[in-house]
Write a protein that binds this ligand. Structure first.
Ligand code: NZQ
Ligand code: ZN
Length: 389
């Protein structure tokens, strides 16, 4: 394994009723003014808003509402939240939602405590944060990104057409409340998309060097088998508590740095998807589902032994009668079959892209990084986009 330092500043509290039980107690550690942040209104339909508002009122907090956080949150929305937080002297932010709400609030927590431009100084380059962001607590309502236990905030700068984010440990939420029942109302289409995002995180980490036997890859295989099993169960019965709880913790485990320890983790497919998102605002998990099989067909030969191990350990494909390369490709095709089975899109057209979409410009906007097993250049990214079209 490569050398590493492990730290995670988030306290995670998991399980049925955890918000009712622990939120008030957590808030007592901070000042009176709470910014209650959420998305487009799902929490008002499923009762989560009423439950949390009731707790805040009982605790006699001043409540500043920051609503309308969109999927794929924009930098303008971050600046709006920061202004609101500064004007109202907010003491703590409480983000209630999925990756988009959590990410937006992490960025607000920085921007509200910084006079300069957080995009230029932190998102566009890995600047050192030498100040304390506003404290943040999160209540997860859709499982997938794992944002609840890391310091990453993926933000779209609409003017510059860049979607990016970095994992700054100082931006980890102080508390993450994870009640699987809060995810029951997530529409199946979104549940599947966010669940695939989790699978993608694990695969992006797994398919990177070093490949010697290591704890991170062993845990990753167990997590991948789990996500596949639990998505199938939750599709059959969206109120399957076991499946929903596993999906929730699998999402957190994929992104709380544990399975990244000792690995290179380049997230090449995410980088391509983020740029598709920056130009077209496509759904994150769906974009990944379209790209992954095609991208893996491009890199499979260069990492054949790892893809063969994936075929055996994750998809239980028998190795008898197959060469290593055949087994490797069989693993990629098993993934493609699974994507179809759970109803995810398989083409960019299904995500709303048309002949007018300038795929070359998007491919050229992707910053090529050291690849999983093969460095992608802009020409090959364009080839992948065209094959996905
Ligand atoms: O906005 P509302 O009305 O709340 O509806 C949301 C939204 O439409 C809905 N939803 C959430 N909880 C619900 C619910 N609907 C019914 N019942 C509930 N309990 O779900 C929709 C999607 O929400 P969103 O937060 O956008 O989904 P997700 O959690 O998949 O987050 C995606 C964002 O996270 C970023 C993505 O790029 C994207 O911007 N990512 C963040 C990462 C991180 N910080 O570590 C890593 C990821 O790779 C990813 O890039
Ligand atoms: Zn993701």
């Amino acid at each position: 394994m490569n050398n590493f330092l492990f730290e995670n500043g988030t306290k995670a509290i998991f399980g049925k009723g955890c918000v009712r039980e622990y939120l008030a107690c957590f808030l007592r550690n901070y000042g009176d003014t709470v910014m209650l942040a959420y998305g487009g209104g799902s929490i008002k339909k499923n009762g989560i808003y009423d439950e949390i508002l009731g707790i805040l009122k009982t605790e006699e907090r001043n409540i500043v509402e920051f609503d309308g956080i969109m999927a794929n949150p924009t930098y303008d929305k971050v600046l709006e939240g920061a202004k609101l937080a500064k004007e109202n002297h907010v003491d703590i932010i409480l983000a209630v939602g999925g990756g988009s709400v959590m990410d937006c609030c992490k960025a607000v927590s920085l921007a509200a405590r910084y006079e300069g431009d957080v995009w230029d100084n932190f998102w566009a380059k890995p600047g050192i944060i030498d100040f304390e962001p506003l404290p943040l607590g999160v209540v997860v309502t859709v499982a997938g990104t794992g944002s609840e236990m890391n310091g990453g905030a993926v933000i779209t700068n609409e003017k510059r057409k860049i979607k990016t984010g970095r994992d700054y440990p100082i931006c980890n939420p102080k508390l993450a409340l994870l009640d699987p029942e809060y995810t029951y109302s997530v529409p199946v289409k979104q549940m599947v998309s966010s669940g695939f995002d989790t699978l993608s995180h694990i695969m992006e980490i797994y398919f990177s060097e070093p490949d010697e036997p290591n704890v991170s890859d062993d845990i990753a295989e167990a997590l991948m088998r789990g996500v596949i099993r639990d998505l199938r169960s939750a599709i059959k019965n969206p109120q399957d508590y076991t499946a929903r709880s596993n999906l929730m913790w699998e999402a957190t485990m994929a992104e709380n740095r544990i399975i990244k320890l000792g690995k290179r983790t380049d997230f090449e497919c995410h980088m391509m998807e983020h740029q598709l998102g920056a130009y077209t605002n496509c759904n994150h998990g769906e974009g990944l589902a379209v790209l992954h099989p095609v991208y893996y067909r491009h890199i499979c030969k260069s990492g054949a032994s790892k893809f063969a191990r994936y075929a055996k350990e994750v998809w239980s494909i028998p190795e008898t009668g197959k060469s290593e390369t055949e087994l490797a490709y069989a693993g990629v095709e098993a993934l493609a079959d699974f994507i179809r089975e759970i109803g995810l899109p398989t083409t960019l057209r299904e995500l709303g892209m048309t002949e007018e979409t300038d795929l070359k410009r998007i491919a050229d906007s992707c910053a090529c990084v050291q690849g999983a097993y093969k460095i992608m250049n802009n020409e090959e990214i364009l080839e992948i986009f065209r094959e996905c079209f």
